[in-house]
Design a protein around this ligand. Structure first.
Ligand code: FES
Ligand code: MG
Length: 593
């Protein structure tokens, strides 16, 4: 380890900007402008680590907005450890604000972060994460560049309450829209009901994509233990910001990099953690993307191999009952990881941002509160991970089995002659507008044994891939007590949805995937035992339809949509910008010439 004081750390890459006697003109130019708001030349040239704070908060990003304040505690930590903080903005990604969808912007924010980390005098970076896509965008950027990086989660909102009971982000929307469709509440009541779920700063308080992805960042070893679950307004959140700022300076001196932490074994741990958490169906996409940018072999096969046998341990909505505050008080991610490690399901020897292994971090962690975080051998549900499906319509799709409830199982999957097999009539929609236009049309013939299918919602088709697969049945069925039908699509669904949909179908219809040639009235067979979905068509019919298929004309509204469409891969392989996956480890932190 280099000395942290006196002449400072001579190996820091920032010195190539701020202290290069071989190029006085450039050094002077770099120095003079960074000094003009009061930083002294000694701070910049003195061998102190220069630490970026990748700021994802803004007025446009309410889920992450409190990072604007937390940054001052990050700065305090960086300063106290002998570093110099330089905060910079990231492209905003607000899940509930960006049209056509926030997913389109994950790769844009990623690209921007890579360019900043590569092109500016930074020795390490604090990644401020929160709202759904902000976490993977940050992890992906840190993976590509591979300079020392640490995650600071923003934390969930406080628990929401509605008429004396918990009101969770997203989950209250799915509940409210049923009541609205049945005519039990009016428009204004619906608005009030939904806003009750957002009582404070922070991201979604359910186990939606935000809480899931921040938990997985911690499970990967990329944040300090306990970071993910602290609610945004709690004082511990400020403490965590300070400790995170302190720790990144040490990581720079130790040259502890994402490639030391985000290894194949770490991603395997994340798959196991995702199942136990009841994590969002968006997690496989984001973890696969992060792994690819890290140069780690990690695919849906790993999710199928490791996830399905893992039980659900965490009683959070949508799979369970509670919200973020309870999860934090119950012990958060460390308590879950402790259960999984003791059950022999994790690699305990993986390195983490603490400079210690996962097992070392967990050594002193107490058991979780069993009301919220179950013991491994007394779970909420056995075998709760994602199941990866395939068949004659597509190569891969995922299904979240932890949200298949009793009613759904009894109605669709409990034929004694063929348990776990369902056959029904396809009702096909071309995107969410088509669905909204036609779902209430009695002529459509939606019945109890129908499968609702939505296409042209994938990365290329939408573009960005839309969270629309959790379609609700028409009001007539709802009124008869049928609250869900099997659904399938080449889009995604919100991590807060409790719908057991077949999601993320790859390849998508817009690039010629099998959903493109499906017609309303076709018979679909879903077989959970064989993990297969097939359309039942006479010999040759599938091929004939494929031969007649013509690629749709796609209208991009912005330059980015067009660029994105020309380079993006499918959801099954992370929906990365494919050319970007060729750039690995773009900075050698030390010893670069
Ligand atoms: Fe931002 Fe859910 S909308 S976290
Ligand atoms: Mg979402």
């Amino acid at each position: 380890m280099a000395s942290h004081n006196g002449s400072g750390d001579k190996r820091l890459r920032s010195r190539r900007w701020f202290d290069d006697p071989t190029d006085p003109a450039m050094t002077a130019l770099y120095l003079e402008r960074y000094m003009n708001y009061g930083i002294t030349p000694e701070e910049l040239r003195g061998g102190k680590p220069i630490i970026g704070i990748a700021q994802t908060g803004s007025d446009l990003s309410p889920c992450n907005r409190h990072h604007l304040e937390l940054a001052s505690r990050i700065r305090d930590g960086i300063r106290d450890a002998g570093g110099v903080p330089l905060e910079f903005p990231m492209h905003p990604i607000q899940e509930t604000g960006k049209r056509p969808t926030a997913a389109l912007d994950r790769n844009l924010a990623y690209l921007g972060l890579v360019e900043v980390l590569h092109g500016y005098p930074l020795d390490g970076v604090v990644l401020t994460t929160g709202c759904d896509k902000t976490t993977p965008a940050c992890l992906m950027g840190a993976a590509t560049v591979n300079i020392p990086a640490i995650v600071l989660s923003g934390g969930p909102m406080l628990d929401g309450w509605w008429q004396g009971r918990l009101s969770g982000s997203g989950t209250i929307v799915w509940e409210g829209r049923k009541l609205y469709a049945e005519g039990k509440i009016d428009y204004e009541q619906f608005m009030k009901m939904v806003s009750s779920s957002a009582p404070s700063a922070g991201h979604c308080n359910t186990m939606g994509t935000a809480t899931s992805m921040n938990a997985l960042a911690e499970a990967l070893g990329m944040s300090l233990p306990g970071c993910a679950a602290i609610p945004a307004p709690y004082r511990e959140r400020g403490w965590m910001a300070y400790e995170t700022g302190k720790r990144i300076v040490g990581m720079v001196h130790e040259n502890l990099r994402p490639s030391d932490i985000m290894t194949k074994q770490a991603f395997e741990n994340a798959v196991v953690a995702a199942a136990a958490l009841g994590a969002s169906s968006n997690c496989p996409i984001h973890m696969i993307a992060t792994a690819r940018h890290m140069g780690v072999e990690h695919t849906l096969d790993d999710w199928q191999r490791l996830g399905p046998e893992i039980p659900l341990l965490v009683d959070l909505q949508p799979a369970g009952r509670f919200l973020g505050e309870k999860f934090h008080r119950a012990g958060g991610v460390p308590a879950v990881m402790k259960e999984l490690l003791a059950a022999g399901k994790l690699h305990g020897d993986v390195m983490t941002v603490t400079g210690r292994t996962l097992a070392e971090n967990l050594a002193e962690v107490p058991d979780g509160d069993r009301e919220v975080i179950r013991a491994y051998d007394a779970p909420l549900m056995p075998a709760a991970g994602y199941v990866v499906m395939s068949g004659n319509l597509f190569d891969s799709a995922v299904m979240k089995t932890s949200v298949i409830d009793k009613e759904f199982r009894e109605r669709f999957l409990s034929n004694p002659e063929r348990p776990n097999v369902f056959e029904g009539k396809a009702i096909v929609f071309d995107g969410p507008e088509d669905y909204h236009h036609r779902i209430e049309d009695p002529g459509l013939g939606v019945e109890e044994q129908s499968v609702l299918i939505i296409r042209n919602c994938g990365p290329v088709g939408y573009p960005g891939s839309a969270e629309v697969v959790n379609m609700q049945p028409p009001a007539a069925l709802l009124k008869r007590g049928i609250s869900a039908l099997p659904t399938m699509g080449d889009g995604r669904q919100s991590g807060t949805s409790g719908s057991p949909s077949i999601l993320n179908v790859s390849p998508e219809a817009a690039v010629g995937g099998g959903l493109a040639i499906l017609k309303t009235g076709d018979r679909i067979r879903i077989d959970l035992n064989r993990r297969s979905v097939d359309v039942l068509l006479p010999e040759g019919e599938l091929e004939a339809r494929k031969a007649a298929w013509q690629a749709p004309k796609l209208n991009s509204m912005t330059p980015w949509e067009e660029i994105y469409r020309s380079m993006v891969g499918q959801l099954g392989s992370g929906a990365c910008l494919e050319p970007a996956t060729l750039f690995l480890n773009v900075i050698e932190t030390r010893g670069e010439s």
